[in-house]
Structures are given as structure tokens and as C-alpha cells.
Design a protein around this ligand. Structure first.
Ligand code: SAH
Length: 448
């Protein structure tokens, strides 16, 4: 993390603002709205400051900045257009360990101002680490659209009930579940509308089932932006996550901070967790009252063994939900520019898996040689040579193009394109990476 966001309590704290122009004035407004006691220092000060600072415990000093000015300040902001002054302010503060912000100059800052959505007590801060103020405010605008107006009342309502909630639900997990459930209920709507008595009836009532539940969720092929809204929502609500090797780190970063994260990956050549054991773990955790998120690469029902996990849950009468995800074939094809079907080139697409045994993949080859069918192989590269040989032996045109897509949709995506005759040779001379998806068919020629 480049910057740790903290929300600073500036009420009645001394803050120094160096600069007396329009930029400084904007910062003055912000600091005053946070309750700071402001000292403004500059040789020339915009008359607008006089109106702003005439009420309250603020001070205006009409002269150049001096080193001693930072003494006793909780925060210093330099908003001048003079590089030498900005530098001087920054160095003085760094030497004395006082947080300093120099407007529009992240290199001189120890703290930076985020873009904020102020629905106090709810405050959302957004930052791009000083990289792009325009991007920051664009993100802020988008987030703002997601936060309902009633959140102010809701936050105050919940703040006022904290103590009572603690007494009614002494167990922290139970209290959290109750509140999460409340937020999704009509009680929250009542609180937002100021109908507190009605909200209380819902919040304080122990309507929570003690049995947990399991969400079998597809996390998509890698790019975290390909998560569904539903997946993200459940990632924020769960108590524990069980995930495969295919789950990208950046996807896991979006799971609720205090959820337990358990790796149950199966990877060739590495220690793996048996499927039975995973099924058992899902059942045990749910019986202990947890909201369990089973996070799977791609789609859970496409070569994901989601079906087996579902059966285990049904057998044990555990409530569950399946959430689809973007499967590797869709994600990789889109990011590599290969349409899986095309009016002219392919009228059908077939998803295939098959694990090579001694290099030999056993599949119904005669069904797969039709030139108008795209084939997508979900498997490592172990069987590639055998697949190409079988396709040609069963009559598929040796010039049929083939694409290998490794780490599809992620920043490490690599695409290797060849034909049935030369791809194996290409792979011998290239480090392809994994996981890898193979697409065979005329549509591959469209990638370029
Ligand atoms: N349920 C998953 C597939 C699991 S099988 C889904 O719907 O996508 C595992 C295989 O999927 C891998 O061997 C590889 O062939 C493919 N795969 C999954 N993610 C991939 C990615 N990001 N890039 C390339 N191939 C991927």
C-alpha cells in the first residue's frame, strides 16, 4: 500500500496554512469544516480569507513563512506557487515530524488529501496516491452514486444502538451477522427514513438462523474487474473463504479484511487438498454458523467441481447459493480478440477437458474435426502434442490455427498463435506460463 488512509480528528487542533490565494482558500474551507483552528501566513492574502476567518479561533499573519511557524501545529499545508517556499515548509515539517501537505506536489508531502464524499458521520476518501487528481475525482463521483442519502441517518442510528447491540448479542460474530442481516432488511430502510422504533423491532430481534450457509461463487478468470456485483457483495459479507489456486491475489484483496482465508488449491505437482476434504470443510464451517464463500476460478459449474460440492451440501441440508462467473473460455477469448463463434467461421463451440495419461488424451476425436466448430481445451499443456496429432489424424486441416492463452485476462496474459503443425515446436522454444487455455479453430485467425 502506498499510503495508509487515516481519518484525522482536527477539531480544535492548530493547523497552519501557508499561502493566501484561491488554492489556499479552498484548503482553508476544508480545514475549517473539519473544525481546525487555522493560522494563515502569506505576504499577500486574498480578502475572501477575512470573511472566512473572522469567526472562530483563526489567525491571519501577513508576512513570509518562517521556520518557527510550524511549532505546535498538528498539520501544515503549503499552498503557494513559490517552489522555494513550498520546499522550505516541507523540509521544516519533515525535520520536526509534523504532517505536511504541499498542494499539487506529492514529492514534498508526508500526507495527501484524498477526494472525499462527506456524508458525516460517513466519510469516504478516495486517492490515487497523487498520480492523477482527475482519476481520483472520477472514482469519487462513481462511488458517490452508490451511497444512498439515508446513510447519514443509518450510521447515526447504528452508532446509537452499539451498546444495546453488545448487550443483546454478546458474541461478536453473532452481532456482526445480525447487523449484516439488518442492513439487508426493511429495518435499514426504516432507519434511513428516521423511523427508529420500527427499525429497533428488526434490529433487536434474534431472527438469525444459527446454521450458516455456503456460497459457491465464480471469481472469473483473473482480472478482478470481471467479478460479478453479486460475487463482490458476497465477498464483503462472508466469514470465511475457501479458494483454489486459480484465484488471483488481486481478487482475494477484495474479500472483507477480517474474513478467514483458507487455500484449498489443487495444482499439478504441488500438495493439494482432496475434494472430499473440501466438501467436509464446507459442511463443518456452515454447521458452525459461518457464512462460507467457496471461491472458484472462472465459473463453478464449468470444470469446477461445483456440482460435487453442491451435492455434499444438499446431503447435509446446508443452505447454499451458486453464483456464476465468467469462465476462462469467455474471458481469455475476449481479451485475446478471438470470437468463439462467428457467422462465417464457426457455428458452434465446444468446451473440452481431458487429462493426458502418459501423454495420451482420450476424447471422441471424430466429433471434433468439423472445421466450423471452435474447440476450447481447459487443461495444461501436457496433452498438446497428442491433441494436435489426433486432430490431424482424424482429418482436421493441419493449417487450422490454434491459440494458447496463458494467464488470460491478467496483466501477465500471453498469447501464442500457430497452427496444428507448428504450435508444439513453438511451445518448446517459449516460456508460456500457466494456467493455459487452448483455442482451436478458424476464429483464431481473427486475433490479429
Ligand atoms: N472453472 C474454471 C475452469 C477450471 S479448470 C473456469 O470456468 O474457467 C482449470 C483450467 O482452466 C486451466 O487448466 C486452464 O486451462 C483454464 N484457465 C482458468 N483460468 C485461466 C486463465 N486465467 N488463463 C488461461 N487459462 C485458464
Amino acid at each position: 500500500m502506498d499510503y495508509l488512509p487515516l481519518h484525522f480528528d482536527l477539531r480544535d487542533q492548530h493547523c497552519l496554512l501557508v499561502g493566501g490565494g484561491q488554492v489556499a482558500l479552498r484548503k482553508a474551507n476544508l480545514l475549517i469544516s473539519a473544525g481546525a483552528r487555522l493560522t494563515v501566513i502569506a505576504p499577500q492574502i486574498d480578502p475572501a480569507f477575512l470573511d472566512k476567518l473572522s469567526v472562530g479561533m483563526h489567525t491571519i499573519v501577513c508576512r513570509e513563512f518562517m521556520t518557527e511557524d510550524v511549532k505546535g501545529q498538528s498539520l501544515v499545508v503549503s499552498a503557494t506557487s513559490d517552489r522555494v517556499v513550498n520546499q522550505h515548509v516541507s523540509e521544516t515539517c519533515h525535520e520536526q515530524g509534523i504532517p505536511v501537505n504541499v498542494v499539487d506536489n506529492p514529492d514534498l508531502c508526508s500526507v495527501i488529501f484524498p477526494a472525499i464524499i462527506d456524508r458525516s458521520p460517513v466519510v469516504v476518501s478516495v486517492s490515487t496516491g497523487g498520480q492523477s487528481p482527475v482519476l481520483t475525482s472520477d472514482l469519487r463521483r462513481r462511488i458517490e452514486a452508490l451511497i444512498p442519502e439515508g446513510v447519514v441517518r443509518l450510521a447515526r442510528y447504528l452508532g446509537g444502538r452499539r451498546q444495546r447491540l453488545k448487550t443483546t448479542f454478546p458474541d461478536i460474530d453473532q452481532r456482526r451477522r445480525q447487523t449484516v442481516w439488518f442492513l439487508g432488511s426493511a429495518g435499514a430502510t426504516a432507519a434511513m427514513a428516521g423511523r427508529d422504533a420500527q427499525a429497533d423491532q428488526v434490529l433487536m430481534e434474534d431472527a438469525q438462523p444459527s446454521l450458516g450457509e455456503v456460497y459457491i461463487v465464480g471469481a472469473g478468470p483473473g482480472d478482478p474487474d470481471l467479478l460479478t456485483l453479486k460475487a463482490l457483495d458476497l465477498m464483503q459479507r462472508c466469514d470465511v473463504v475457501l479458494h483454489d489456486a486459480l484465484i488471483d491475489r488481486r481478487v482475494l484483496d477484495r474479500v472483507r479484511r477480517d474474513a478467514d482465508i483458507i487455500y484449498v488449491g489443487k495444482q499439478a505437482g504441488a500438495p493439494s487438498t482432496a475434494q472430499d476434504q473440501i466438501n467436509h470443510q464446507l459442511v463443518t464451517l456452515a454447521r458452525a454458523g459461518k457464512r462460507v464463500l467457496r471461491l472458484k476460478g472462472g465459473d463453478p459449474f464449468v470444470f469446477g467441481r461445483g456440482g460435487e460440492e453442491m451435492e455434499a451440501l444438499i446431503e447435509s441440508s446446508i443452505p447454499f447459493e451458486i453464483v456464476p462467473g465468467i469462465t476462462a473460455a469467455s474471458g481469455c477469448a475476449a481479451y485475446a480478440g478471438i470470437p468463439l463463434t462467428h457467422r462465417e467461421y464457426a457455428q458452434s463451440v465446444r468446451f473440452v477437458t481431458g487429462h493426458p495419461k502418459d501423454g495420451v488424451v482420450s476424447l471422441p476425436w471424430e466429433e471434433m474435426v468439423n472445421d466450423n466448430q471452435t474447440l476450447v481445451f481447459y487443461m495444461g499443456l501436457g496433452g498438446l502434442e497428442n491433441i494436435c496429432e489426433q486432430m490431424m489424424a482424424h482429418g482436421r486441416d493441419p493449417d487450422t490455427p490454434i491459440a494458447l492463452i496463458a494467464n488470460g485476462t491478467t496483466e501477465h496474459q500471453r498469447v501464442l498463435i500457430g497452427s496444428l503443425t507448428d504450435i508444439v515446436d513453438q511451445v518448446r522454444h517459449t516460456e508460456v506460463g500457466r494456467p493455459t487455455l487452448t483455442i482451436i479453430g478458424q476464429v483464431v485467425s481473427l486475433a490479429k
